[in-house]
Design a protein around this ligand. Structure first.
Ligand code: 5GP
Ligand code: ZN
Length: 110
């Protein structure tokens, strides 16, 4: 059984506030929101990071961004920021690829 916390969220072994789900992806509220709206969009397939993507994952990574667009439209977001942290030096703490969707306050790049 996987020890990955995001695989456990995708398998519903750990509860989360799920806001979207389809065959390949799931999106849920970040447990420690850094903005009024802070969702995480993940592939159900365990891919540790962008650094581990293979050519065969090309459609899947595109799906994550289209899911972000779908959620933003459904929630009428005026604008939003999408962030992917890669590796510890890039601020990644959970080693399961995820797209942060942040909105609801003015945000600048760090
Ligand atoms: P990272 O720093 O890896 O890009 O972001 C990981 C994010 O996952 C953090 O914003 C953190 O708050 C969130 N997170 C960590 N554990 C959990 C959890 O068990 N449930 C939810 N919903 N979010 C989590
Ligand atoms: Zn995982």
């Amino acid at each position: 059984m996987s020890e990955c916390v995001f695989c456990k969220i995708a398998n519903k072994e750990i509860s989360s506030e799920i806001i979207y789900e389809d065959n390949q992806t799931i999106a849920f509220k970040d447990i420690n929101p850094r903005a009024p709206i802070h969702f995480l969009i993940i592939p159900k397939k365990h891919i540790p990071s962008v650094d581990h993507l293979k050519t065969e994952d090309k459609a899947l990574i595109g799906e994550l961004i289209l899911v972000a667009q779908k959620i933003a439209r459904e929630k009428n977001l005026k604008g939003y920021k999408l962030i992917i942290n890669v590796g510890r030096a890039g601020g990644q703490l959970i080693d399961h690829l995820h797209l942060h969707l942040l909105s609801g306050k003015p945000m600048k790049l760090p």
